[in-house]
Design a protein around this ligand. Structure first.
Ligand SMILES: *Cc1c(COP(=O)(O)O)cnc(C)c1O
Length: 407
């Protein structure tokens, strides 16, 4: 066993020691709920030769999601990105659309893919969600909508954004990819704005291999999206509009349903993990864990922290040290969409200054969690962070001298 505590700086794997963990601990490691149940459902689908095209499992999945929220319509899709594209197109967000730069690149790409233009906007430093005042300043005469992102399952300021969108008579969509099962004012996500979009990608806590959904209380919008999802077919050989192929397969729905049934247990494990991190990180100066609003529901699928300037190691050095110890922390969403291609090279974004996005994306780390992450491994991660907090200056000096020697 190499899993020994670190007593000296030279015990760290970056300086030649053995990694603290034998096997890598990943962020977003897919969780398989009940394998037998998944396989049973898949076998039934294969026996009945219903593999896709709005089959019984997809319909059941949509019903369960819609009933849970509750919301009038759920349209399941092949992934979250296509769900975003369907919603953007059905809502005719065809001009400029205000979005946070601090989001997964798919939020921006979905717009760009459809020929709309993302207007990157800054976030609130505490909630990591769209800053409504900044969003208002970003709205111009070509703006057709706003897409808010419920980052880490913390909902946007839906009240202010709803008022803002109404005042400017523009559309409002939410990318709720992180936020299934999360509430705002006691109401679960899925009911805010004109529509909300979920992702059920394998790395999300509720997963269907690949998958997503648009949910909405607007029946006409739902009808348009259903048509678009299936090439615009309204009958067997009757095409009424342009469409794409956004359908979810029965295999995905089999996993999605089983994952949905395990959801409360998954959330309990995630919350337990989050609380272990919280307790451990409380005494470490300069590692600021994300908080969740009390009294609101969350799925706790993300444990994120800002590595602040008082911590003795800069974020990227800390990340590299942890990676070598087999703790595969991630820096979502560094460096922000506006600093990623193709946007960073486009003249219209030159000189765009988003200081809060830079601050957060420059300091964020996402830690491993999920139902298979053990209490022991979280304790060990905390122990290592305590060690690095105490010996960070020595570590940093040593890194610098190694870099000098290599230069
Ligand atoms: C995962 C995710 C998406 C994309 O969903 P896919 O199902 O992977 O296409 C979009 N936005 C955010 C914020 C996400 O986290």
């Amino acid at each position: 066993m190499s899993e020994k505590p670190k007593h000296h700086v030279s015990d760290l794997a970056v300086f030649g020691g053995n990694p603290y963990f034998d096997a890598p601990l990943h962020v977003g490691r897919p969780y398989i709920p009940d394998r037998e149940k998944v396989l049973k459902r898949i076998n039934e689908a294969m026996d009945g030769r219903r593999l896709t095209n709005n089959g019984p499992l997809v319909q059941e999945f949509e019903r369960r999601i819609a009933d849970y929220i509750p919301v009038r319509n759920c349209i399941a899709t092949c992934n979250g990105t296509v769900a975003l594209e369907l919603a953007i197109r059905a809502l005719d967000l065809s001009g400029n659309v205000v979005i946070p730069s601090f989001t997964f690149i798919a939020t921006a790409h979905a717009l760009q893919w459809l020929g709309s233009r993302p207007l990157f906007c800054d976030i609130d430093r505490n909630s990591h969600t769209l800053d409504p005042a900044a969003a208002e300043r970003r709205i111009d005469s070509e703006t057709t909508g706003i897409i808010g992102v419920h980052t880490w399952g913390r909902t946007c300021d839906t009240k202010k954004l709803t008022r803002l969108a109404a005042r400017h008579e523009i559309g409002l969509l939410f990318d709720a990819s992180h936020a299934f099962g999360c509430s705002h004012g006691g109401i679960l996500t899925g009911c805010f704005g004109a529509a909300e979009v979920f992702s059920f990608h394998a790395t999300k806590f509720l997963q269907s291999f690949e998958g997503g959904a648009v949910v909405t209380n607007d029946d006409d919008l739902a009808d348009r999206i259903r048509l678009m999802r299936d090439f615009g077919f309204s009958g067997t050989d009757h095409v009424v509009s342009i469409g794409t192929n956004g359908k979810m397969t029965e295999i995905s729905a089999a996993m999605g349903l089983t994952s949905f049934e395990a959801m409360e247990d998954t959330i309990d494990s995630n919350e337990k993990n989050y609380l272990l991190y919280r307790e451990g990180l409380e005494t470490i100066r300069g590692i600021r864990l994300n908080t969740y609003p009390p009294k609101e529901k969350n799925n706790y699928q993300f444990v994120t922290a800002l590595i602040e300037d008082v911590f003795p190691l800069p974020r990227d050095d800390l990340m590299n040290i942890l990676h070598r110890e087999n703790i595969k922390v991630r820096r979502y969403f560094y460096p922000g969409c506006h600093r990623s291609e193709p946007y960073v090279s486009m003249p219209e974004y030159a000189g765009l200054s988003l200081p809060e996005t830079d601050y957060v994306s420059g300091r964020i780390l996402v830690f491993p969690t999920g139902p298979e992450t053990t209490t022991e491994s979280i304790h060990k991660i905390i122990e290592l962070l305590e060690f690095l907090s105490a010996h960070g200056r020595d570590v940093e000096r040593r890194i610098e001298s190694t870099e000098l020697a290599q230069a």
